[in-house]
Design a protein. Structure first.
Length: 448
């Protein structure tokens, strides 16, 4: 559909880079760049223990990581490089650097304005929009955001993830995509009907295990090709600034394919600023909002700076042609060059489990946002069933359409959420000061 493509080009090519870079720069300065200037104090707070009995901060982090790790780090990077060249990797780094503080800010707000209802915490952008901004504006923004969030669950949260997983399984085991989709849908329904507690238990086991396997495989390749890293980095920087000479000026800058796809796929990967992270993190049993926010900073760093970079390096070092039929095929060919056919099995299973974790996590996000719009249990059940059906058919959706829909929904959610975060910036500063991460605004020197 052409109108989706045109909106996606405008939103991702111009609006999203301006939002991410501009907002990230502002909040880094506004909050004193505490995680850059005071890393020791920041780390001590993040690792401090509170003796909680419910969902721990780290388990809440694992739920959020389930939604960000996986397809974005693997297929997303491959698609970005295929469409925007090696320079896309540089713009992913830029996106991550400026997005760390945005994820911190939205998580802090989510923790500050969360509510306790029916024995569990509920939070997210809807609540800090309604309670923080208040009035008709706050309630309207909350409802619009929740509506876009439900739509995003059906685009970014299921088809993209399931398409990557089914591609990997089909190419490796010749397993029929649609059959794989329906079996996966049954698994997802089982976890979604189990609620946040069951989802957090599953992700707390899956995510560390999968990350360790993928990290080992990728780091070994980078180590074997260590003498080529410096020339490769030079090429990445060179292509990152290869703007169209015909376009020139600021238009040429924002129509650069490396920038467009690097920022877009980076945002898809770490999801900072779009408002999904608070939905997972606010379930944590911690009394210090800034503490949970710091885990959000780590989340972006690990997701994009570490995993996305490793995937990009493996693809570029392998020398594989960027004209592969899809992103999943490119990644599998790249790893197979170093590990042979065994790579196909390891990557296929890893991607499948990563994708399923992400689908379940996004299913939970969509359910949480739908619950804000209506408390009807019947509607909630219908949503879960419909979400799982869409996930199943996502295995046969064309990759281009799936990515265009996800890019567009990310931009819309980010636009609304960052507007609310900016309005509530003083509350974020208050929580940061209360945690001892930055001094009061009237002081000019750091406390010792």
């Amino acid at each position: 559909m052409e109108w989706i493509k045109h909106l996606s080009d405008i939103g991702i090519g111009i609006v999203l880079p301006l939002l991410i870079i501009g907002s990230g720069f502002y909040f880094t300065k506004f909050l004193g760049g505490f995680y850059l200037l005071r890393p020791a104090r920041t780390l001590r707070l993040a690792l401090s223990k509170e003796g909680t009995n419910g969902v721990s901060p780290l388990r809440a982090l694992s739920v959020s990581l389930a939604g960000t790790l996986g397809v974005g780090n693997i297929t997303g990077v491959a698609v970005a490089i295929m469409l925007g060249g090696a320079g896309s990797l540089f713009w992913m780094w830029i996106s991550a650097f400026f997005s760390m503080i945005l994820k911190y800010a939205e998580i802090v707000l989510g923790m500050r304005y969360r509510i306790y209802e029916n024995g569990k915490f509920l939070g997210g952008p809807m609540y800090y929009m309604e309670k923080g901004i208040g009035g008709i504006l706050g309630k309207t923004l909350a409802c619009i955001f929740a509506l876009f969030g439900v739509i995003s669950a059906f685009s970014m949260g299921s088809p993209v993830q399931m398409k990557a997983a089914s591609d990997a399984i089909y190419q490796t085991f010749s397993f029929p995509p649609l059959l794989f989709g329906f079996l996966s849908a049954v698994f997802c329904a089982f976890l979604l009907f189990g609620g946040y507690e069951k989802i957090s238990r599953a992700t707390a086991i899956l995510i560390p295990m999968l990350s360790a396997v993928y990290l080992f495989m990728a780091i070994r390749i980078v180590w074997l090709e260590s003498d080529r890293i410096y020339p490769l980095c030079r090429e990445i920087f060179k292509q990152a600034f290869s703007f169209s000479s015909a376009s020139g000026g600021i238009f040429g800058f924002f129509t650069c394919q490396a920038l467009r796809h690097g920022i877009a796929k980076g945002s898809f990967s770490h999801e900072a600023g779009c408002g999904t992270a608070p939905l997972a993190h606010t379930g944590a049993e911690t009394k210090i909002p800034a503490k949970q926010g710091i885990l959000g900073i780590f989340e972006v760093f690990f997701d994009t700076v570490v995993l996305c970079s490793l995937t990009g390096f493996v693809i570029l070092l392998s020398g594989e042609s960027l004209s592969a039929e899809n992103g999943m095929a490119l990644v599998m060919h790249a790893f197979a060059k170093y590990y042979g056919s065994v790579a196909n099995y390891l990557i296929a299973v890893s991607v499948m489990l990563f994708a399923l974790a992400a689908v379940v996590c996004w299913g939970y996000y969509g359910k949480a946002m739908l619950s804000y719009l209506t408390k009807s249990e019947t509607v909630s059940v219908i949503y879960i069933l419909l979400f799982c059906i869409v996930s199943a058919f996502g295995t046969v959706m064309t990759e281009g359409m799936a990515w265009q829909l996800s890019d567009l929904t990310v931009a819309l959610m980010t636009l609304i959420n960052l507007f609310a975060v900016f309005i509530l910036r003083r509350e974020i500063r208050e929580e940061t000061e209360a945690a001892g991460l930055c001094p009061p605004k009237n002081k000019h020197k750091w406390d010792t």
